[in-house]
Design a protein around this ligand. Structure first.
Ligand code: 5GP
Length: 113
């Protein structure tokens, strides 16, 4: 069965998409926890960092290049921002499709709960 992010990739459910290319799509999180909060995900179905294969390394490097570009566009680059990927139950992953949260627009707390 198609997951929620696959439906966003296939435009079956709406999302505020801020970037799309052959390998990735980025859209604003539906429940933002910072003034700027978007997700960058691969179009390829990869569950998380732990299950990715070495063949996926080019996808990862591309994702980080997209994050760099979007951080500039969203005015996060100068003050700084955070990139987070949750993995599995203890990591707090709720959607089983690899995604990188990009958070910024305010000073963020550390450590997380
Ligand atoms: P996780 O908890 O797996 O690290 O992050 C999943 C994120 O996806 C959450 O921050 C959640 O708000 C976001 N999310 C879940 N469903 C949707 C949706 O349908 N649309 C959008 N834009 N974000 C979603």
């Amino acid at each position: 069965m198609k997951g929620i992010f696959e439906k966003i990739i296939d435009k079956e459910i709406p999302a505020d998409i801020i970037h799309e290319d052959e390998l990735t799509i980025a859209f604003r999180d539906i429940s933002p926890v910072a003034p700027v909060h978007f997700l960058v995900i691969p179009k390829k179905k990869i569950t998380n960092v732990q299950t990715a294969s070495p063949q996926d390394s080019s996808v990862f490097s591309h994702i980080f290049s997209v994050i760099q570009q979007l951080a500039l566009k969203e005015n996060l680059a100068e003050d700084g921002y955070r990139v987070v990927t949750n993995i599995g139950e203890y990591g707090g992953q709720t959607v089983d499709h690899l995604h990188f949260h990009v958070l910024g627009g305010r000073a963020l707390q550390w450590p997380p709960g």
